[in-house]
Ligand binder design. Structure first.
Ligand SMILES: [Fe+2]
Length: 210
């Protein structure tokens, strides 16, 4: 085997650390982050900057790992359980987050300190609750359908895994994990109760059956 010269090794290291691909990747990463903030402006309402970044990273990871591009997101339905639903995943995610925020306002005003709601957790959970659908669904011959992965792991599981990988705190992952029927038999935090009901309101008003 040929020994690599120190110069070649340095060149290879240079390209590994700062090569053209990485420059491209960091530019496309910045663009993707901007796009995510544009389509999900509720993320900006999260006060904790680190949490905000982790929420964005989780969406980035879901888009990349699911093999989607930003344009696809407008076509991903929020559910496959309502035939011909025209509501996409982004519209649903925003509606659930905003419904949850309104509920939080009302209960906080009505009950004061008796109900303690962490707004950052609530918003992050609202924005992330269905991110796992990026793995549960797949585009096959131009049609969006259940993915093979999705047959084994519904979105509360795949979404939790994505969020865990991106360092999202447990109290937010709990909202992803417990927002749907998977969470019916166990503990739900106050924020998880709100997201669960906000999600089902936005599912049932559009004809979804539980
Ligand atoms: Fe949902």
């Amino acid at each position: 085997m040929l020994a690599r010269s120190p110069d070649l090794a340095r060149l290879a290291d240079f390209h590994r650390v700062r090569g053209p691909d990485d420059t491209f990747n960091s530019n496309s990463k910045k663009n993707m982050k901007k796009e995510i903030l544009k389509i999900l402006p509720e993320i900006r309402k999260i006060k904790d900057q680190k949490l905000r970044e982790k929420v964005i990273s989780t969406w980035e990871e879901g888009i990349r790992f699911g093999g989607w591009d930003m344009e696809d997101l407008k076509k991903v339905p929020f559910t496959l359980l309502i035939a011909d639903s025209r509501v996409n995943l982004i519209e649903h995610t925003r509606a659930v987050t905003n419904t949850a925020l309104r509920v939080a306002e009302v209960v906080s005003r009505a009950y004061g300190n008796s109900v303690k709601i962490d707004k950052d957790v609530l918003i992050a959970g609202g924005v992330l609750h269905d991110v796992g659908k990026l793995l549960e669904y797949a585009k096959v011959k131009g049609k969006i359908t259940k993915s093979i992965k999705g047959k084994f792991l519904r979105h509360p599981f795949s979404g939790s895994a994505l969020a865990y990988k991106c360092g999202v705190p447990d109290e937010v992952i709990h909202l992803i994990a417990a927002h749907s029927h998977e969470g019916d038999q166990g503990f739900r935090s106050i924020e998880a109760i709100i997201i669960h009901h906000a999600d089902f309101i936005n599912f049932e008003v559009l004809g979804g059956k539980t």
